[in-house]
Ligand binder design. Structure first.
Ligand code: C5P
Length: 242
């Protein structure tokens, strides 16, 4: 059954790739454009949801959507944790950096200059990385402990999985394992690779539900159409909740 609406629901969506600064002019980033998260925000708002978009992307904010601008994974974690407290639906479409530089240099990291008449030095700095938190898994844990205390169901939580695989079976296999590991309610798997999905306008999505059941598939199609399929599955899951 489809076609009910998200009208009046509080929907929080993360979008874009985080940027992890090394010094005032450099960062570690990734190829996520934010287009999928923005498309989800646009479609959710058109269905009447109150949408908060927590974003590190530089795209125009969709009409009627509240934007919370973030840069790093830790900014994103704080903003999502706050927004999730009152949310009905949380969608983690952001490409979160798994690692960040262990230290931030307050001043620009400089090349060492050779003395006049000497050869340029060949040494280069080594960047040590530390792990970022798994934000999605943390949101599920926070929701579940609030649920236990208050008896309120808390938000339906949706994760994304950018998977590379030679065959569709691989993509679903990896995505099912990820769904179980993260503990989210729905997981949207999409195929990525050079020139596929990241930064592109078209995508292919597979929506997995409890126990890894394949609930919906869409694509190759626009990110708007893929968003509609994802939000249909969200509406169905909300309706089927105990
Ligand atoms: O583990 P993987 O990065 O493939 O999982 C993807 C999902 O987990 C996405 O929903 C992404 O937004 C989320 N994620 C996260 N925190 C991380 C890494 C990924 O919330 N540090």
């Amino acid at each position: 059954a489809q076609g009910s609406s998200l009208a009046g629901l509080d929907v929080v969506i993360s979008a874009g790739g985080t940027r992890e600064p090394l010094d005032p002019v450099r960062y570690l980033g990734n190829r996520s454009s934010g287009k999928q998260g923005y498309a989800l925000a646009t479609v959710a708002a058109a269905r009447g949801a109150q949408v908060t978009l927590v974003s590190s992307a530089s795209l125009p904010t969709p009409a009627g959507v509240r934007l919370v601008a973030v840069e790093t994974a830790r900014d994103l974690e704080a903003a999502m944790s706050e927004a999730a407290r009152t949310a009905d639906v949380v969608v983690m479409a952001a490409a979160v950096a798994d690692f960040r530089p262990a230290t931030y240099a307050e001043a620009k990291i400089k090349k060492t200059q050779a003395a006049p008449g000497e050869a340029e030095p060949e040494d280069a700095p080594v960047v040590e990385l530390v792990r970022n938190p798994d934000i999605l898994a943390g949101l599920v844990r926070e929701r579940d402990s609030r649920r236990e205390r208050s008896g309120e169901p808390g938000p339906l939580i949706v994760g994304f999985a950018a998977e590379t695989g030679d065959a569709e079976g691989d993509v679903l296999h990896h995505a099912r394992a990820k769904l179980a590991r993260k503990g989210c309610d729905l997981l949207v798997a999409n195929e990525v690779g050079v020139g596929v999905t990241f930064g592109q306008d078209d995508t292919t999505v597979h929506v997995l539900g409890p126990g890894g059941t394949l609930l919906a598939q869409a694509g190759p199609t626009t990110k708007a159409a893929a968003s509609a399929a994802v939000l249909d599955a969200v509406e169905d899951a909300l309706r089927d909740r105990p």
